[in-house]
Design a protein around this ligand. Structure first.
Ligand code: GDP
Length: 200
């Protein structure tokens, strides 16, 4: 499951512009600021892979990275920008939904969930939408290194609360992995998990 090589392939503005290719792919998705860029950089250990289109209101793009010439890691636009105008939120849904519903090579969505905050409705809505559409997901909890804050809960407590809510919608709980881009927690586990899903 080692990453030897990563190539940026293309940015697509529409689902139908994505590379025509039958190699398997994993899409990385999450709320803005969830730690998506940090996680991708930590996975590929290549800081130069600058991730584009992070700013709200900017053109949202689907970025394809080819790993070891054999599978794709796909960076999807973040959702839930606090300051995004209503219009750009709507854009996100039709655009990203089009990708999910039409991408036959999609093995699984890595749905990033910030473990340093309590469960967020927008994340639960996203997980439930993917579940209803039979799109396989793996929950990747980010920022698991964060220490308890004054009045908040610890990451493991937030994760437990989140999973409790997910259980109400999923008969079978999707796989989940705890990660930290600061300590490297979960990196190898996530890479191994993806290699197992690819060889299924
Ligand atoms: P993105 O908007 O989802 O791409 O999020 P970024 O990767 O830019 O991270 C957002 C913020 O969270 C930044 O300030 C990061 O330094 C911080 N962050 C990201 N991952 C971690 C993590 O694993 N642990 C901690 N403590 N902070 C993180």
């Amino acid at each position: 499951s080692r990453i030897k090589e990563v190539q940026f392939v293309k940015s697509s503005a529409r689902a139908k512009d994505c590379p025509r290719d039958d190699r398997p792919e994993f899409a990385v998705l999450g709320r803005s600021n969830v730690g998506k860029s940090s996680l991708i950089n930590s996975l590929v250990r290549k800081k130069e892979i600058a991730l584009t289109s992070k700013k709200p209101g900017k053109t949202q793009l689907i970025n394809h990275f080819l790993v070891n010439k054999s599978w794709y890691l796909v960076d999807l636009p973040g959702y839930g920008f606090a300051k995004a105008p209503e219009a750009s939120k709507t854009d996100w849904s039709s655009f990203t939904k089009g990708y999910f519903l039409n991408r036959s090579t999609l093995v699984a969505v890595l749905l990033l969930i910030d473990a340093s905050v309590p469960p967020q409705k927008i994340d639960l809505d996203c997980a439930n939408w993917l579940g209803r559409n039979n799109i396989p997901i793996t929950f990747v909890f980010t920022k698991c290194d964060k220490m308890k804050v004054a009045k908040g809960k610890r990451p493991d407590e937030n994760i437990r609360d989140f999973q409790e809510l997910i259980r109400q919608h999923y008969k079978q709980h999707p796989p989940w992995i705890m990660t930290s881009s600061v300590t490297g927690l979960g990196r190898d586990e996530l890479l191994l998990h993806m290699s197992q899903l690819r060889n299924y």
